[in-house]
Ligand binder design. Sequence first.
Ligand code: SF4
Length: 358
Amino acid sequence: MAETKKRSVSFPRYAEYNCAFKYIVEQALDCKYVMPPALTKRTMELGTKYSPDFVCTPFKTMLGSMIESLEAGADTLLMTHGLCRLGYYGELLEQILRDLGYQFDFINLSDYDMDKKKEYIRIVRRFNPKVNPARFLAQFMEGVRMVEYLDEITAEYYKGCGFDAAGRYKQAYQDFLTAMYTAQARNDVEAGYRAAKRAMQSVPLDKPQRPLRVGIVGEFYTAMDAFSNLELEQKLADMGVEVHRWMNVSNQFLHYGGGQKNLRVKIQDLCRYDMGPTSTANIWYARECAERGFDGLVHIKSAACTPEIDVMPVLQNISADYKIPVLYLTYDAQTSDVGLMTRLEAFYDMIDMRKKVL
Ligand code: SF4
């Protein structure tokens, strides 16, 4: 009897998380994973060309990346749900891709009630009806572990990479990413993580006792995706800044689940209502950085991102209360590297002078 054809699944490029999607699709769902090509100018041109004007930039990036995934042979696209208009984007993305003539199966998490466990089984069965739930769960949790390792090593990297002139820190991070993208089993993930920890700890960093420290807050996609924010964290680190960002997938979804209840309590003096998907965490972390004596904050958002526009007045208050400078950056498909560099250099000069004066 002919073997049932495996699905070729893809999910748009998103920071470095595609290594974990790949692991889960291949190991837990027993499907093929089609790695979307790295995001480029072409991705943005495709996404912008076929998107409505009023959508935020992540929509355009996702659309461009989905087109490139389909071109690379994907027959099934997965789309996440979301707490802002991201929750409606799946329908629109699917319709645009069908109008363009692509044929594919679209699994949109917004079509499911994610509060019910049995819905997860329905989703898994759509990918592969033969999946054994117990095996799926075990392999899925390994993928989740990979996400946690990725977030931990990435955070370490941006705190230290600005103080290693020889580039060994960067090499250790690149080796770690390669290990995650090629991992086929739990041992590979664990070995890659341990090797990265060892390699990074062995690099002698030339770090001053009190380096400039900058906290990054902002919109979930743009703050984390280096292509979308024009490698802001690397640029700051290369100036000799210790870069801190709390916002990542594991902190947002694994360590502070349950609707960020605890964080909301901590910021109730600053805002009475919840304002959107990442607002609570961003406001909490911005004040956390200010209280820890950071030298500056950078707020990143996509053009037309309503939740993050709402966060800005609260950041102004934090800035005034703690005398901490905030650089506000808005990204759209036209944002240029040169323009960003000019603003970053001015920001760096300002926080450096301020630190010397203080
Ligand atoms: S958080 Fe903002 S940028 Fe991100 S999907 Fe929602 S509206 Fe768009």
